[in-house]
Design a binder for this molecule. Sequence first.
Ligand SMILES: [Zn+2]
Ligand SMILES: [Zn+2]
Length: 151
Amino acid sequence: MKLRTHCPAAGCHAPLRGALSDGARLVCPACGADALRDAVPDWCVEGRVQSCPCCGGTELYVRKDFPQRAGLAIVIAAGLAALILFKWNVLWAMSVLAGVVVIDALLYLFVPLVTVCYRCRTEFRDVVRNPDHHPFDLATAEKYPRSDHVG
Ligand SMILES: [Zn+2]
Ligand SMILES: [Zn+2]
């Protein structure tokens, strides 16, 4: 599992990344704090995240690990290309647009999922999907006002 979070120590908040195996610790290189100090023993079972080891939160969501800017750039570039092509050959223009739809769908299929903690925004990659985790829900997110001072 790959984990991306921030140091929970007050006044530190250094960004932390780590590849974790079961039972491993994640120690902040800046201040030495244990980033997983709130982890419950069974926070991760068979590669499936049950609760957030950084804040103890039990509400997590899944999203596609896709750089949205890159996706947007592809769509805009294709749109411009299609606009130009429409003057020359409508069929080519339509082909470009159809191609983008296909590429988009393929990317979406193969892009991995990332699990994110609502409370502290810790990201978990290379985990088994927990069926209890659903796509981002705004109502749930509003229970956790965005703050850099978690813990
Ligand atoms: Zn730290
Ligand atoms: Zn958390």
